[in-house]
Design a binder for this molecule. Structure first.
Ligand code: SF4
Ligand code: SF4
Length: 321
């Protein structure tokens, strides 16, 4: 493949990319999203829900995300050109179609009638934008394993999201459109509802992860394993990066079943702003501190770090001992 030559330095574009990163809203979402419930690693899903921190988006990641959003709008507009297709992307109030069940939630790209193989049945509609290699892989899989099985083999995270939406919206079919960047080429893939997968991704897995009061085990202890290597929490799990300070990383917080967060120390319910700030009594949940717990007392915990240092976590800070 021809390589792009990018040797010319342009300070305007460098500055633009810096601003893009600086102005990007890196605040994690408040709920556990259906778009992440299929990730292979329980700990990664838990860490995202608990605002552990992790790596922030760089300019390329932000551009890919923006490209995905633009592509979805373009695809919706183009689908609406087709006669006899009914595509609904919002509720009558103008809000995005979504579900919320306690802390678990998700927003649909839309629902569509007249697409797929069951033209008279409603389908969940989702759109994904991916690179050419991944795009071609889906096409190949549809040939090899059949269209209905292809999504699960192609991308388990998208498959879990599709099953979750079908489960939550009580819809039996899923119509995925996929495009290359710029929405120049497109293909579709139909997936049917699988009750076991719907129950697992739509109910059991989020329930288990939300109620876990400790971070689940690492999926691998090998920092070089490819899933960990490219994971945003790599430095937390396999390095010495401390989690961010906020209520969700604090040992005193609990996600309640109705979707609220409470603090067992101050006996209060925590709104989003309070959760993001934490307080001076913050104490890390020991399961996310990179180190071995040595001792603990009222308001403090001592750890031995992987490089042999002894540190004390107390009063929303970590100090060397
Ligand atoms: S670094 Fe590995 S173990 Fe840690 S959250 Fe990511 S995938 Fe899971
Ligand atoms: S002790 Fe402070 S940081 Fe911890 S959950 Fe309560 S309010 Fe949040």
């Amino acid at each position: 493949m021809a390589q792009l030559i990018l040797s010319h330095v342009d300070h305007v574009l460098d500055k633009m990319n810096e601003e893009l990163v600086d102005q990007f809203d890196n605040n994690p979402r408040t709920h556990l999203g259906a778009s992440s419930i299929g990730d292979e690693c329980d700990r990664k899903i838990w860490s995202g829900f608990h605002w552990v921190g992790g790596k922030k988006f760089d300019a390329n990641g932000i551009k890919a995300t923006e490209d995905g959003k633009h592509s979805e709008i373009v695809m919706a507009t183009r689908l609406k050109l087709v006669k006899n297709i009914q595509l609904q992307i919002t509720e009558p109030s103008g809000k995005q179609l979504h579900f919320k069940a306690g802390h678990f939630g998700g927003s649909l790209d839309g629902v569509i009638l007249g697409a797929g193989y069951e033209k008279k049945k409603m389908h969940v509609w989702e759109h994904k934008c991916c690179n050419v290699e991944k795009f071609n892989k889906l096409h190949k899989l549809k040939m090899e394993v059949g269209e209905f099985e292809a999504l699960e083999k192609w991308d388990i995270v998208y498959f879990a999201q599709a099953q979750t939406y079908m489960h939550k919206f009580n819809i039996e079919h899923h119509y995925l459109t996929v495009s290359t960047p710029g929405t120049r080429s497109e293909q579709s893939c139909v997936t049917n509802y699988n009750p076991d997968a719907g129950e697992y991704y739509g109910e059991k897995r989020p329930r288990d992860i939300i109620k876990a009061d400790r971070a689940p085990s690492r999926i691998s202890m090998d920092p070089a394993w490819y899933k960990c290597k490219f994971c945003g929490f790599h430095e937390n799990c396999h390095g010495s990066k401390l989690p961010d300070v906020n209520c969700r990383t604090c040992i005193h917080s609990t996600p309640e079943t109705e979707g609220q967060w409470t603090c067992a120390l101050h006996h209060t319910q925590l709104d989003e702003e309070t959760q993001r700030m934490g307080c001076a009594a913050h104490l890390f949940n020991p399961s996310i501190v990179p180190g071995q717990q040595l001792d603990a007392g009222e308001g403090w915990v001592d750890y031995k770090t992987p490089d042999g240092k002894v540190i004390r976590n107390t009063g929303a800070q970590v100090i060397d001992k």
